[in-house]
Design a binder for this molecule. Structure first.
Ligand SMILES: Cc1cc2nc3c(=O)[nH]c(=O)nc-3n(C[C@H](O)[C@H](O)[C@H](O)COP(=O)(O)OP(=O)(O)OC[C@H]3O[C@@H](n4cnc5c(N)ncnc54)[C@H](O)[C@@H]3O)c2cc1C
Length: 356
């Protein structure tokens, strides 16, 4: 271990299923209907009073005054949003920029993971001093690769990242997730420190790993166009190296929800309200994405300020400097937050009210 980083406020672990259940429970069933298993295939503007017509893959349609594209990295809403902007401009550079935002790009990184954790007592038996037993999460750094162990209570989970830096930003053909056997993960970790090999060794030989090609959305120039808005991964899918993509999606939704529920927001003032949202959330989420990308580069000795060749590993002093930089990179998580964002948003909404 070359650096220990303690988060003063601690991370919050929340499974997606639990979050969804909590949200559904809190939803007012009298004013809000939830439809499951509806897949949007396209939307178009009806021209009548700014209304949209939504088309679903089961042949049904619906109408809406506002479209919130919260449909993830492969967002259908984002596809139409940027295709429409590209069609509407004669500026070739802008057209190209809009079209680049449609397809997610490969980050150049593969992640190997399995849902099967390793019981802590098995690790304890093999190596009572194993680093994964001492802290909540350990990041194992190395050239072009890093590993991550997380204490999940009774189990330790384990994932391995392997990057091809020259492939960052490329369009990758083929399936983004594939099942692979344990040997492929062992090959990726050949020559790594024994404690990490021990974790892999403790997994059943037949354990099925999957290999994910981690994709991102290019930094988008805007997340609002008329009464269509992109939030969460649809707007800013990022690498997982700070574990904040989901948190950013939650903060987007929180701020947008409060803006839409504010008494000053009406059908007439909606455009302004959405602009207020965009001004606050889009730049911030882009910075989070950039920080996350930089963290992955730091873990894998590829960050421009902490670049070490495979044949020239960092010295102890260099590792301490790198550890401090990684610690520093997480500091923003303890500062500011969605309540400050809301204060700023409300001020901007009220300014408009006064100006009107
Ligand atoms: C390996 C990995 C680890 C991560 N770890 C963390 C972490 O530790 N912490 C963290 O905060 N984030 C993490 N993230 C990021 C997090 O998973 C995402 O940022 C988050 O899920 C984004 O939420 P979202 O609601 O915007 O999109 P999604 O979670 O992708 O949800 C989109 C929803 O839209 C639906 N949908 C898609 N298309 C359509 C359509 N056409 N019509 C109707 N519905 C549609 C989908 O079915 C889905 O339900 C990680 C990501 C990865 C890849």
């Amino acid at each position: 271990m070359f650096y220990e980083h303690k988060m003063p406020y601690g991370p919050i672990v929340l499974q997606r299923r639990d979050l969804c259940e909590m949200l559904v429970e809190k939803t007012n069933q009298k004013t809000c209907s939830i439809h499951y298993s509806k897949k949007l295939v396209k939307y178009d503007s009806t021209g009548a009073d700014g209304q949209f017509k939504l088309h679903f893959d089961d042949g049904t349609t619906a109408s809406a005054d506002l479209i919130i594209g919260a449909d993830g990295i492969h967002s259908t809403v984002r596809k139409f949003f940027f295709s429409d902007l590209a069609s509407a401009t004669s500026d070739e550079a802008k057209k190209e920029q809009y079209l680049r935002c449609i397809e997610p790009r490969w980050s150049g990184t593969y992640m190997y993971r399995t849902n099967m954790g390793i019981p802590k007592e098995k690790i304890q038996e093999l190596n009572p001093e194993h680093p994964s037993l001492k802290v909540l999460s350990t990041i194992w750094c190395g050239k072009d690769k890093h590993g991550l162990t997380i204490d999940q209570g009774k189990m330790i989970t384990f994932s391995v990242y392997h990057s091809i830096p020259s492939a960052q930003g490329s369009i990758r053909e083929g399936s983004r997730t594939e099942d692979v056997d344990k040997q492929e993960v062992a090959d990726a970790l050949a020559g790594w420190e024994p404690a990490l090999q021990q974790i892999l060794h403790l997994h059943d030989p037949d354990v099925q790993y999957s290999r994910w090609a981690i994709h991102c959305v290019e930094p988008i120039p805007q997340s609002v166009s008329g009464n269509v808005i992109l939030i969460g991964d649809a707007a800013h899918a990022m690498t997982p190296h700070q574990g904040v993509g989901g948190g950013q999606a939650v903060e987007d939704s929180h701020l947008l929800g409060r803006i839409l529920a504010h008494p000053s927001t009406t059908k007439q003032s909606l455009k302004h309200a959405l602009q207020v949202y965009q001004q606050i959330r889009l730049p911030f989420a882009k910075i989070a994405a950039q920080r996350s990308l930089f963290n992955g580069m730091m873990y894998e000795f590829n960050h421009p300020d902490y670049f070490y060749e495979a044949g020239r590993p960092p010295s102890k002093d260099e590792l301490v400097r790198l550890g401090k930089a990684i610690e520093e990179s997480f500091k923003w998580l303890g500062q500011g937050g969605c309540y400050d964002d809301w204060d700023e948003a409300e001020r901007k909404l009220l300014e408009q009210d006064i100006g009107a």
